[in-house]
Design a protein around this ligand. Structure first.
Ligand code: GLA
Length: 720
């Protein structure tokens, strides 16, 4: 709900409200838990000090006005000056803007548009605030329009500048590296700035764009609908204000805005909640309803089997078909042929760009895919379309397609270069190549990989300061055309694991490969960090071999499944090596997963415990009608002599009576109790002989897990 009442502008969602005042300048007066009205709003305004100074909560900060802090918008004019004086002009309720070339949220028709003008230069700044009532999210789209006669260089232009009263906040970020993504870090914000940013061209495994600003009782979660270099920072100062800023990273950013042109910053989203949990729940709703789109949005995602960790590059047609046969026998629904099926790809040193069948190896991809389908499975394929190997036909024919700087030896990563997707010709090549692959093997699923960082950025027709962003626009243009052309295909985005897990990619591809680290112990941390911002249906999670390929830890099949069922389930190992007993266990797991799939993928998620505290961690996901729930608890170690490890659940229907049971490796269930949701949400419950019952005989460094199922028996009669 958007309202304009004189100089006051109100945004309301189901549980939050925001009040902005526009009067010469514009400022936030309130953002938090929903209030019934804004009587007393005058009193929210900042004080005017003896020297005439005011310190409002700003919607943006600009250069040249004596502001002591970094501006969120900064430009250089043709005369070499930097100062702007954007003044508030007016507020209107308008149709939501279309962000040229950028992914954005959908599902709300109107925005509150606030216009600001720098009169001398006729540079116009517009902020469009949209309220997504059902998910308690507010988004901002920011634009800069050059109404003057000379070009203007945009040096930085944040998408969102959120400012709140108080300097007692902490700043939470989700950081990591390859195979160690999105680990939560929280630090108190003291005076000064704390940054979370990416400098490698993609949103990165190092610092996810999702961040939290929190204190007891107030938490603000912010994310950016963008997959390139981003920067968030939080800053507190002596004026007792704290700001949280997000947008394109100004690093190597210098965008020339010609007269009449508009620059669109990526859309940013903010969510308020009283706790981290509330923010996560609201973010999940926002992502599920307003980011993920297309045929697969609400559809249960298939259980897949992928051959990568089972074979790496070393496979034959026969091997693939044998794995697929086992997959079909176990009840999987999709087989995914990973890296190694194209060009002459027997290692990672060649063939990227040659998206043609490696027929000597596959025995003919088309017929291989047909044979897989004849087993009752769908066929999916891996591709890494943004890359080029120097040892490839494509490179020999079109060396100019590679991202390189003349007379410089390019940086190689995983032996590969990137394609210069800024160039429309290269975009066309990628679009055609991927289309051909999908059509050739009638793929029902595509894993779109991206396995390096961006370096050697150069395009002869592009200004250097525009390259990183223009690359993203090129990529978005290609993938938007592809998802439009193949609306039935399920796309999963991947970037050396989860290095591009962001809202930009999720606008096109409904799921993301969470991490190349498939160790159950590590995954509890990675998945729980990821789930702060992204729902279960977006997280690819696979059961792989034990000992684990990345860490050497070994775990029971049951534990590996219990952790992987927290996302979109897959298996990624050489299933031909599984014995009958293991296959039976997998069959039972897949049958269980399918039965509870709608809850596991689309239920309301609550984090339980915290994987980082070394104690226990886990989640519960609850059917939207409250009728059932699944919870997985993971305990990292058995501390000899330590007793009474207890778990608390959350989010169950307080008035409903549930029967609770836990699942054994063979698929049978052990009844635990019948209890009302109110009790289950508050009590501290025993883990049911977790240690003695988990099979760890052949495990090293095992993780102990327990999967509980809750089924509603009846609803408690309301007292009359
Ligand atoms: C990346 C992906 C893996 C796998 C390999 C193939 O690392 O994250 O899942 O597809 O590439 O080369």
């Amino acid at each position: 709900m958007l309202k304009i009442k004189g100089n006051y502008f109100i945004l309301e969602t189901n549980h939050t409200s925001m009040l902005i005042k526009g009067d010469g300048r514009a400022e936030y007066l309130y953002y938090g838990e929903r209030v019934p009205d804004f009587s007393g709003a005058e009193w929210l305004s900042p004080e005017v000090y003896w020297d005439g100074a005011v310190h409002p909560l700003s919607l943006f900060l600009q250069a040249g006005r004596g502001e002591a802090r970094e501006p969120s918008v900064s430009v250089r004019f043709a005369d070499g000056s930097y100062a702007t004086d954007f003044r508030f002009v007016r507020a209107r309720i308008v149709p939501r803007p279309v962000l040229e070339g950028l992914p954005s949220a959908y599902g709300e028709a109107k925005s509150l548009k606030l216009e600001f003008l720098d009169e001398p230069s006729r540079l116009k700044l517009c902020l469009y605030y949209t309220a997504f009532a059902d998910s308690d999210a507010i988004t901002v789209c920011a634009t800069l329009t050059n109404g003057g006669k000379k070009p203007v260089s945009v040096l930085s232009f944040a998408s969102l500048h959120l400012e709140v009263w108080g300097n007692d906040f902490s700043f939470t970020t989700f950081d990591g590296a390859w195979a160690s993504e999105r680990r939560r870090h929280t630090r108190p914000l003291e005076c000064g700035k704390c940054e979370n940013a990416s400098y490698i061209g993609s949103s990165s495994a190092f610092h996810n764009p999702f961040v939290l600003l929190g204190r007891k009782g107030d938490v603000y979660g912010v994310n950016l609908i963008y997959s390139g270099n981003h920067r968030e920072f939080a800053e507190s100062d002596a004026t007792r204000r704290t700001r949280l800023v997000t947008g394109i990273n100004p690093y190597q950013f210098d965008w020339e805005l010609a007269p009449g042109e508009t620059f669109f910053a990526p859309e940013a989203v903010m969510v308020y909640g009283k706790t981290d949990e509330e923010v996560s729940e609201r973010m999940h709703e926002f992502v599920s309803r307003h980011i993920v789109r297309g045929k697969w949005k609400d559809r249960e995602r298939p259980v897949l089997v992928n051959n990568w960790e089972g074979t790496y590059f070393n496979f034959t047609r026969e091997k693939i078909l044998n794995i697929a046969r086992k997959a079909a026998e176990a009840g999987a629904e999709l087989f995914v042929l990973d890296d190694g099926w194209f060009g002459k790809r027997d290692s990672d040193t060649c063939s990227l760009g040659d998206w043609t069948d490696y027929a000597e190896k596959t025995g003919g991809l088309e017929s291989l895919a047909d044979e897989v389908r004849a087993m009752g499975l769908k066929f999916g394929i891996w591709i890494e379309p943004e890359m080029i190997s120097e040892d490839s036909e494509l490179y020999r024919k079109h060396p100019e397609y590679a991202m390189k700087i003349a007379r410089r030896d390019p940086q190689r990563m995983r032996h590969q270069l990137m394609l210069n997707l800024v160039d429309p010709q290269v975009q066309g090549y990628v679009f055609r190549a991927v289309s051909r692959v999908i059509t050739m093997c009638k793929a029902a699923y595509v894993k779109w990989d991206y396995n390096r960082y961006m370096t050697d950025c150069f395009d002869r027709n592009t200004r250097g300061g525009e390259y990183f962003h223009r690359y993203m626009l090129g990529l978005y243009s290609v993938i938007s055309r592809l998802v439009e052309r193949f609306p039935n295909v399920l796309f999963e985005s991947c970037a050396g694991g989860g290095s591009r897990f962001d809202l930009g990619m999720l606008c096109f591809m409904p799921q993301t490969w969470t991490s190349d680290n498939t160790d159950a112990r590590e995954r509890t941390v990675i998945q729980s960090g990821t789930a702060y911002a992204y729902p279960q249906s977006t997280m690819g999670a696979h059961v792989t071999a034990s000992p684990n390929e990345q860490t050497g830890n070994s775990n029971s099949l049951q534990t590996r499944f219990n952790v992987a069922c927290g996302g979109v389930l897959g298996y990624e190992s050489d299933l031909t090596k599984a014995d009958e007993a293991e296959l039976d266990e997998i069959r039972a797991q897949i049958a269980f997963y399918k039965k509870y799939r709608s809850v596991l993928q689309f239920g309301v998620y609550h984090r339980l415990g915290d994987a980082l505290n070394g104690e226990w961690s886990g989640f519960i996901t609850i059917a939207r009608d409250g009728s059932k729930a699944v919870s997985v608890i993971a305990v990292p170690e058995k501390r000899t002599g330590e007793l009474n490890l207890r778990v608390k659940f959350a989010g169950l229907d307080e008035n409903a009576l549930y029967s609770v049971k836990y699942r054994r490796a063979d698929g049978s269930f052990v009844p635990v109790c019948q209890a009302h949701g109110a009790m289950l949400n508050r009590g501290s419950f025993a883990l049911q002989n977790l240690f003695s019952e988990t099979d760890v005989r052949s495990c090293s460094n095992p993780l102990y897990t327990r999967l509980f199922v809750f089924e509603k028996v009846s609803a408690r009669k309301k007292r009359s």
